[in-house]
Design a protein around this ligand. Structure first.
Ligand SMILES: *Cc1c(COP(=O)(O)O)cnc(C)c1O
Length: 401
């Protein structure tokens, strides 16, 4: 029988949408309200101040847009660029591929830098392009911080160093959808001009809120950017920011209360602790994969992602079968391999509001499935490796001592 309403919980381990914590669910369980009443603008003002903290920016201007990550991309591009503008964009997996496709369909001149899936953005080629671009034809560098399809994290500090080294004025546009609020992300320090995320990833909210943050340089660029934009026009937001009413169109009241609760949880834990928890989850997962005798799709340690692990399976196994079995037999959701790595990898998402024992449950499930599909795994081997590491590394929660 397929699990639909089986007993217990569905173990949701896709790298987004992720589990929504109880306090957030409760905070969202409420009636609609008039968004022109004094209450919603007051709440929005605080939310805008507080989301800046998760981007680590004091100078950025955030926009809370009723959209998904894909809409947030479009907002970043159309507000800062004009048709025909040259962008340098890195193709390293399905999400960077989709963003490049969007850039092409919006009529930008996309200079694609491709790497094998499992590798990070080729920054040597970026250096060459910047060095050769004396007349500054490159208007923007578009990079996905964490490629969710392959579990690859790019080094944004290096990108900034290269731009500074060549004194290149290109804008730095960053997809932080599966990194912001989970991995170390520093908008101001790394000179990111537009950073964006979606609510259903590390923030652990329902889908539907795109959060876009623009640097002063990006806002300046938006004044002359000629791309057609209507729904995503930052100017409409800025007008209402000035008026103190904040919303050019109707926000989801429930999502705003949810965002409030989600940020409260993150600040209560401490953003640094949230990031450290993701570091532990990533490390524990990789230790399990190693103990199973399997390989990480990510080819080098410097690119290991602490929010998602793509696990390569041997050629005689179809990774889609693993994902299907996870759901049918164990009531667990794992991520499929996408596009070029379809059938070759399955993905374990370990981001958002999640703790270590939940992850161990997932790892135990994966072991049983591996055995089901004929892989000679030693049951308990990955769980043991993860436990041994976690037991020495999970900190005491100060409020519970
Ligand atoms: C999920 C994801 C997206 C797409 O977001 P949607 O909300 O599905 O539009 C974009 N980039 C990355 C890195 C993602 O993980």
């Amino acid at each position: 029988m397929d699990y639909v309403y089986g007993p217990g919980k569905n173990h949701l381990f896709v790298p987004g949408p992720v589990n929504i914590p109880e306090p957030v669910l409760r905070a969202m369980n409420r009636n609609n309200e008039d968004y022109r009443s004094p209450a919603i603008p007051a709440m929005t003002k605080n939310l805008l101040e507080d989301v800046k903290k998760i981007f680590k920016t004091s100078t950025g201007t955030p926009f809370l847009i009723p959209t998904t990550g894909t809409g947030a991309w479009e907002s970043a591009l159309t507000n800062t660029l004009s048709p025909g503008d040259r962008t340098v964009s890195f193709l390293i997996g399905q999400f960077s591929l989709l963003w490049i496709d969007q850039q092409q369909r919006l009529n930008f001149n996309v200079d694609v830098v491709e790497s094998e899936w499992g590798q990070g953005a080729n920054l040597d080629i970026l250096a060459e392009k910047l060095a050769a671009d004396h007349s500054h034809t490159i208007k923007a560098i578009c990079i996905v911080h964490n490629e969710t399809a392959t579990g690859v994290t790019n080094n944004l500090a290096t990108v900034r160093k290269l731009l500074d080294h060549y004194r290149h004025p290109a804008l730095l546009l960053v997809d932080g959808v599966s990194s912001i609020c989970a991995l170390d992300f520093r908008m101001d320090e790394w000179g990111v001009d537009v950073a964006l995320t979606g609510s259903q990833k590390a923030l652990s909210l329902p889908t539907g809120l795109g959060i876009v943050c623009a640097s002063p340089k990006a806002l300046e660029a938006s004044k002359s950017a000629k791309s057609v934009r209507v729904f995503f026009d930052w100017n409409d937001y800025l007008k209402f920011y000035k008026l103190g009413t904040f919303w050019p169109y109707t926000p989801s009241i429930q999502l705003l209360y949810g965002l409030r609760a989600a940020l409260d949880l993150i600040f209560e834990e401490g953003l640094g602790n949230v990031i450290a928890r993701h570091t532990r989850m990533g490390k524990a997962t990789r230790l399990a994969v190693e103990a199973w005798g399997l390989k990480n799709c990510t080819q080098k340690e410097e690119w290991y992602s602490d929010t998602v692990t793509a696990v390569l399976v041997p050629p005689y196994i179809d990774s889609a079968e693993i994902v299907k079995r996870a759901w049918k037999r164990y009531n667990m959701s794992l991520g499929l391999g996408l596009n070029k790595v379809a059938g070759k990898v399955f993905r374990i998402g370990h981001l958002g509001n999640l703790n270590e024992l939940q992850l161990l449950g997932c790892l135990a499930g994966v072991e049983m499935i591996l055995k089901d599909v004929g892989y000679p795994v030693k049951l308990g081997s990955g769980v043991a490796a993860a436990c041994a590491y976690l037991q020495n590394n999970i900190p005491m929660i100060p409020s519970r001592i």
